[in-house]
Design a protein around this ligand. Structure first.
Ligand code: ADP
Ligand code: MG
Ligand code: MG
Ligand code: MG
Ligand code: MG
Ligand code: MG
Length: 690
């Protein structure tokens, strides 16, 4: 999340009056950016990660692990420390940044400056992440640990799950039966978002995750921990009126989703065309990497039958009215909207010949007035549709002080970029990919953010996935890979990716022929590298760094009309096949990355380091190592306190988080989960030297 400006937020009935104002000015601001920066060229690869943590407070006497609600204090301390470090050693590595997040127990960190394409930068990702973790850790209480854990197992469960304790009866923003008001970052933006989502929707959000049915799970499972008869807020009866389904874990507040942690990556492209190519190339990768990074099988004290957070977070901010959700005929609302504002993207954006119109087969409600305005301004069909599709949403948080802005210098109605940025549309469309235009007057180029992954428990793994994706993005651009499948099939994959064990037992639609030009050789993926040579290096010579500007392949002179029907271009594959290849025809993503690495002039030790990361991913993808979700599941079901009833008790939760922390520090091994080479972070749980 961006910097936060303090102001006076409007309640929904007031805020909605300004929705058209914000949309109109948001588009004006976008068009200013477009006019100034659409021809921007030659930006180098800059990229960076975002890692989210939950601060866990361990009570070793009571054997409880709770969420520490000290975010405000912790962030204040960290920013003071960061200032100290900068003052002490101005020429040292850029000091990391810490950001607030939705949960009052959460932190986000990013590198102090983006990484470049230089190989040393690639090799520094893990130590950078570790430095950030240790910096945070060092400035917490001795019993507090910043953990990169996707969903807190007992968030919203009976008993004490926060430190200090608060009662859910005070949840004036969410009206949740389970989460207290204090779970939310107190900055006005967050309670207002929470309340305005509920008000706009006309009810509380409602998420139902199938419960994992074990030998002693009651059948049907009617959750005894739901306060079915509470009568405090007008929405309290919703649970028994059908919002809470039998055989499911019912969640009723934004905090359940926005309180999950993830790993995101942002890449700067050479120009807007390449940003659109990269965006499209990464779309089909979103669900695959969601399944491979699956890390969240536990919710509200129960084992779920899903392994990922995605549908939880999508449901947790689903502000659509009943009309928009298709439950009632359209009267007040303007559109039927198939998805939450947090969900997978609906449109491939590239104007490249590879992007056949048939691939964009999702329903796409868009604001026709905005579309026409963009087209009249000279924008192409796809980008106009993309923007006018995002702009079917209402702005949710409006601060009275910033309703009127100078559209030539601000883009705040369009997205959060500056300290005063609030009533924006783009930043509250939380999707698998984000196409990020340059902020005005910033020197920053066109960027793409990859957002589907779950955060991993160790920085070794987080670095591995970051390195894998940056290399894959280079392979996509430099080899002109074609990953297109109909976008509706990408959505089918999103659903499949979240199922229990999807990575080992699921199948996913994937394109069979990913090459754009006929290959001379047949054997390895490396033989594709002849399709183009980087423009930002001398052709034929090996590169010393990750390139950014690669020419697209021109369309074949004949044959565009003779392409097979799109439905013959893809098939169902396992994770192992997608990642490692199939039949000698489909190369697999890891061999493609290897082929790209072969185009770089890497020192052997550097190559070895990178291979360690790729090897982790290989082993996860072929089942030799467990996903985090599978490992967590096994830990719970083999715990002596587990009664085969799907319940994750306080003691199981405590022991699990103790174990995860010990694994992270390298004082406990997990040979079915991490490779033998994993050394761990810092050995001591308490005060840690840097
Ligand atoms: P948001 O929350 O809006 O997604 P953040 O500011 O939290 O964004 O994170 C953005 C990431 O992008 C950080 O890792 C940062 O280092 C990186 N980054 C910064 N500048 C650039 C740039 N010009 N191109 C690509 N990535 C960048
Ligand atoms: Mg974040
Ligand atoms: Mg961020
Ligand atoms: Mg965020
Ligand atoms: Mg930001
Ligand atoms: Mg982000």
């Amino acid at each position: 999340m961006g910097l936060l400006y303090l102001g006076t937020p409007l309640v929904w009935d007031e805020a909605k009056k300004y929705a058209d104002h914000v949309r109109t000015h948001g588009i004006t601001q976008f068009l200013h950016i477009w006019d100034q920066l659409k021809d921007r060229q030659g930006d180098e690869l800059l990229w960076g990660d975002e890692i989210e943590y939950m601060v866990v407070s361990f009570d070793d006497k009571e054997k409880n692990a709770k969420l520490s609600l000290r975010q405000t204090e912790i962030l204040a301390k960290l920013s003071a420390i960061v200032e100290d470090i900068s003052a002490d050693c101005p020429k040292s590595i850029a000091v990391p940044k810490f950001h607030p997040e939705y949960g009052r127990y959460m932190l986000e960190s990013t590198p102090g400056a983006p990484y470049t394409g230089a190989i040393p930068d690639l090799l520094s990702v893990e130590s950078n992440m570790r430095y950030r973790r240790n910096l945070a850790r060092k400035h917490l209480k001795p019993n507090e640990v910043p953990m990169t854990f996707t969903s807190f197992p007992r968030l919203g469960a009976p008993g004490q799950f926060t430190e200090p304790y608060f009662d859910p009866s005070d949840a004036v923003s969410s009206h949740s039966l389970f989460l207290p008001e204090e779970i939310t970052n107190p900055h006005a933006r967050f309670p207002t978002l929470t309340a305005n989502i509920r008000r706009r929707r006309g009810s509380k959000v409602a998420i139902n995750l199938p419960i994992f049915v074990d030998d002693n799970t009651p059948h049907p499972f009617i959750d005894p921990t739901i306060p079915w008869d509470r009568n405090l807020y007008p929405e309290d009866p919703e649970a028994k009126q059908g919002a809470a389904l039998p055989d499911h874990i019912y969640l009723d507040a934004m905090g359940f989703g926005m309180g999950c942690c993830c790993l995101q990556l942002t890449f700067q492209a050479c120009n807007v065309k390449d940003a659109r190519r990269m965006y499209d190339g990464l779309i089909p990768i979103g669900p695959i990497l969601l399944a491979l990074t699956a890390a969240s099988p536990l919710y509200r004290g129960y084992l779920a039958d899903v392994d990922c957070r995605w549908n939880v977070i999508a449901g947790s901010v689903d502000d659509r009215t009943e009309e928009e959700r298709g439950l009632k005929p359209l009267k007040e609302s303007r559109f039927r909207i198939p998805k939450s504002r947090y969900d997978s993207v609906d449109l491939y954006l590239s104007e490249d010949w590879m992007n056949r119109p048939e691939y964009n087969d999702n329903p796409l409600p868009y604001d026709e007035g905005i579309y026409d305005r963009l087209r009249k301004h000279g924008l192409d069909d796809l980008l106009s549709k993309h923007i006018s599709h995002l702009f079917i949403r209402d702005p949710l948080v409006i601060f009275s002080e910033t309703i009127d802005q100078d559209d030539t210098s601000s883009s705040d109605h369009f997205e959060v970029n500056t300290a005063s940025a609030l009533q924006n549309i783009q930043s509250t469309n939380w999707q698998t990919l984000r196409f990020k235009p340059p902020p005005p007057n910033s020197g920053i180029g066109w960027r793409v953010e990859f957002r589907s992954m779950e955060v991993q428990m160790t920085d070794f793994e987080n670095a591995a996935f970051a390195v894998f994706i940056v290399l894959l993005s280079r392979a996509i651009l430099s080899f002109n890979l074609n990953f297109y499948i109909p976008i509706s099939k990408v959505d089918v994959n999103m659903g499949r990716a979240q199922k229990r064990g999807a990575s080992t037992s699921g199948k996913f639609y994937f394109r069979k022929d990913v090459y754009t030009t006929p290959r001379s050789g047949t054997s390895s993926a490396a033989s594709t590298s002849g399709t183009s040579s980087p423009v930002d290096g001398s052709p034929g010579k090996k590169e010393k760094k990750l390139g950014n500007c690669f020419p697209p392949v021109p369309p074949p002179e004949t044959g565009l009309d003779n392409r097979p029907p799109v439905d013959e271009e893809y098939e169902e594959m396992t994770m192992k096949e997608i990642m490692n290849g199939k039949d000698g025809n489909f190369p697999g993503l890891l061999p493609l990355v290897d082929a790209y690495l072969d185009t770089l002039d890497l020192e052997p030790p550097h190559k070895e380091r990178i291979q360690k990361y790729l090897d982790l991913i290989r082993r996860r993808s072929d089942g030799r190592l467990l996903t985090a979700a599978a490992w967590i599941r096994n830990f719970v079901t083999s715990h002596t306190d587990y009664k085969k009833d799907s319940v994750v008790s306080q003691i199981i939760n405590y022991d699990l988080l103790v174990a995860v922390d010990e694994i992270e520090r390298g004082v406990r091994t997990a040979p079915d989960f991490l490779p033998a080479c994993y050394e761990g972070g810092n050995k001591d749980r308490g005060s840690i030297g840097l």
